[in-house]
Ligand binder design. Structure first.
Ligand SMILES: [Cu+2]
Length: 119
């Protein structure tokens, strides 16, 4: 009597492990959403650089600089701060170099340099 119930318990235990093994791959699919991977690869194509800009007289200067930067091929976004005398540009390194960003600002008559990272 006692011996047969041990055998039944052993069979249920074996089926239970089998059921977990079948569920395993489905949980793995849920854990790896593909949209996040696509987002990561598009972010890798962009970089951000800060420029220090001298010569801005008024807030309207920021609009002119912003327009000139965004006109460049490969520039995604440009944020200019008149108070901080600074621009932060998001760009695609494969299409435009930081030096070209500096030159575009200098062509307008301002004096731009690449700001040290983290400043
Ligand atoms: Cu101005």
């Amino acid at each position: 009597m006692a011996k047969s119930s041990w055998i039944v318990g052993g069979i249920v235990g074996a089926l239970g492990f089998g059921a977990l093994t079948v569920l395993g791959p489905r949980f793995a699919d849920v854990c790896c959403p593909r949209p996040q991977r696509a987002l990561a690869s598009s972010e890798a194509a962009t970089a951000s650089v800060a420029l220090s800009i001298e010569g801005m007289d008024c807030a309207a200067c920021t609009a002119a600089i912003r327009t000139a930067l965004k006109r460049l091929d490969g520039v995604r976004d440009a944020r200019i701060s008149f108070v901080e005398k600074r621009a932060v540009v998001e760009y695609e390194p494969a299409r435009v170099a930081p030096r070209q960003l500096v030159e575009a600002v200098n062509r307008l008559g301002y004096r731009a340099i690449l700001a040290p990272a983290g400043s």
